[in-house]
Ligand binder design. Sequence first.
Ligand SMILES: NC(=O)c1ccc[n+]([C@@H]2O[C@H](COP(=O)([O-])OP(=O)(O)OC[C@H]3O[C@@H](n4cnc5c(N)ncnc54)[C@H](OP(=O)(O)O)[C@@H]3O)[C@@H](O)[C@H]2O)c1
Length: 343
Amino acid sequence: MKQTVGFTFALGALVALNGSPGATAQALPKTMKAIVAHEYGGPDVLKYEDVPLPEPKENEILVRVIASGVNPADPLILNGKYAKEFGTHLPLVLGYDMAGVVVRAGAKVTKLRVGDPVYAYLLWGGGWAEYCISNEGESAIKPKSLGFIDASAVPLAALTAWQALIDIGKIENGQTVLIHGGSGGVGSFAIQIAKAHGARVIATASTANQDVLKQLGAEVAIDYTKQKFEEIAHDVDLVLDPVGRDTLARSYGVVKKGGIVVTIVSRCDQAELKKHEIRGASLSSHPDSGELGEITKLIDGGKIKPIVTEVLPLTDAAKADAQAETHHTRGKIVLKIADEPKT
Ligand SMILES: NC(=O)c1ccc[n+]([C@@H]2O[C@H](COP(=O)([O-])OP(=O)(O)OC[C@H]3O[C@@H](n4cnc5c(N)ncnc54)[C@H](OP(=O)(O)O)[C@@H]3O)[C@@H](O)[C@H]2O)c1
């Protein structure tokens, strides 16, 4: 049974390294830097501010954030259109991916310890800050083979790809999958997860990203700006759609009878599913530390690696948010918040 001993002093909290006899205590500040939105809107509403250090509840951990991955979810949630649906409220700290080190653990935390290097898909965000709250349902031990910057690019996008292909699609060795947007955050993990499960991969991206599709292991790379994917892909077992609109509408016809279309941006057209005798699903992904642990094994086994194309300081969060909104990111953008600790 692990315990965290915390003492509050006038200058801040002093935290003993959990379970490490004789380990050096670590002083925590009372405030931290964070990117805060006090109103919904575009990147210009994001402010770099001092805020109080969050206090973990008994089933939560406090993490010193080293890096936080950027996702299209950040600008989507910031614009406030889905505030009711997502249960968000102001003031808001974005950042749904993080990698960092546990600095406090609540009394009911049983698996993670102070000092653990972790990474997580944060259901309630908060990663664009020097410290964030997480829990054991979200956080898993960071892959040993990745630094914190690369690790922070993994959780949300890789879990979305995993839940689409494995939980819903139940892909099997030898099946063929069509992955749209294969050079993006979700698509780049989806290609690698599908390959690791023995599937044959057809993937789409624009001209500039054809090389990425091939490097990730796609047998067939389609340039959607020059070729219609439905002229090349036929009788696939599964389509993963992170694009929507016309791309989704044209996808039903390439799936074999009994196959499935999984969209992460829209809803399937029931009449089209019926017409082609196929199945359809809309995925809203969720944190899952058990599945993140499975992804860790694939990363440390050399089967999956994130593509980080840009690393920005926390003060450039508005720039990162604006880039994520374009939906043409190659791999992932990461905000670096602190120097990599030695672990
Ligand atoms: N439902 C969920 O739980 C969930 C979870 C994660 C993400 N999402 C959503 O899924 C979408 C993708 O997320 P992401 O993180 O992968 O975004 P991303 O990193 O911006 O990647 C999007 C990719 O789509 C490609 N693309 C754009 N238009 C395309 C088209 N017509 N055909 C084929 N590829 C196209 C882009 O490649 P080019 O630049 O080469 O065009 C880019 O690589 C976003 O809308 C996001 O909000 C939903």
